[in-house]
Design a binder for this molecule. Structure first.
Ligand SMILES: [Zn+2]
Length: 211
């Protein structure tokens, strides 16, 4: 499955440690790097495939196929993971500094086109079980190389749509999460009100109380 920007609606799986708070596929992908909390959430290809499945990029069947393939071709799978992490690093720079720096935008363009350039496959429109429609992309040839194409497409959509000015990093300096601010007044500050937003509120309260 390949969600367009407007219909991006990842599944929220409480059992998983991935957070989908970015409002854009590529920003949620950047957030798989848990800088402040330590640790890498994309430790292996299975984790990458699980994330793509939760994000709605891979359907169950294709995710199973990718897992099988990664067991058969561990070296290719490892290379795909390394590449995904390289792409993620470039997208983080775009998220954090793209609005301010033409140079960053130009460099990211190179990275985006590097990934798009190797895309070989078929675009399809599919109907889901619930009757809704979704774009999908069925890779041919090196399926591993195609894994991050939808992520890169999502970043391309944000560039095309002029969205970078609304892409922010969480106001908590210890939190590295990024998100697209879709609020009407553009005043979203926190990745998540339940965690970072609440901590900030509690800190203000302590200060007021003179603690
Ligand atoms: Zn945060």
């Amino acid at each position: 499955m390949w969600p367009s920007t407007s219909s991006y609606a990842p599944a929220t799986a409480a059992t998983h440690s991935f957070a989908f708070i970015g409002e854009r596929l590529w920003l949620d992908f950047v957030n798989t790097e848990r800088v402040a909390r330590g640790g890498e959430s994309l430790r292996d290809v299975d984790a990458l495939v699980a994330w793509l499945e939760l994000a709605g990029v891979l359907d169950v069947e294709r995710a199973m196929g990718m897992r099988r393939r990664s067991r058969e071709q561990p070296a290719g799978a490892q290379a795909a993971l390394a590449d995904a992490i390289r792409v993620r690093a470039a997208l983080r720079v775009l998220a954090e500094r793209g609005a301010l720096s033409q140079q960053v935008r130009a460099e990211t363009l190179g990275e985006i086109n590097r990934v798009l350039g190797r895309s070989a496959g078929t675009r399809r429109l599919e109907q889901r079980g619930d009757g809704s429609f979704a774009r999908s992309f069925v890779p041919t040839g090196d399926a591993f190389a195609g894994l991050v194409i939808p992520v890169v497409e999502s970043a391309a959509d944000s560039l095309i749509g002029g969205e970078l000015a609304r892409v922010r990093r969480c106001a908590d300096p210890r939190c590295a999460r990024v998100f697209y601010d879709s609020s009407r007044n553009g005043a979203r500050r926190w990745c998540d009100m339940a965690s970072c937003g609440n901590r900030a509120k509690a800190a203000r309260f302590r200060k007021k109380a003179g603690a």
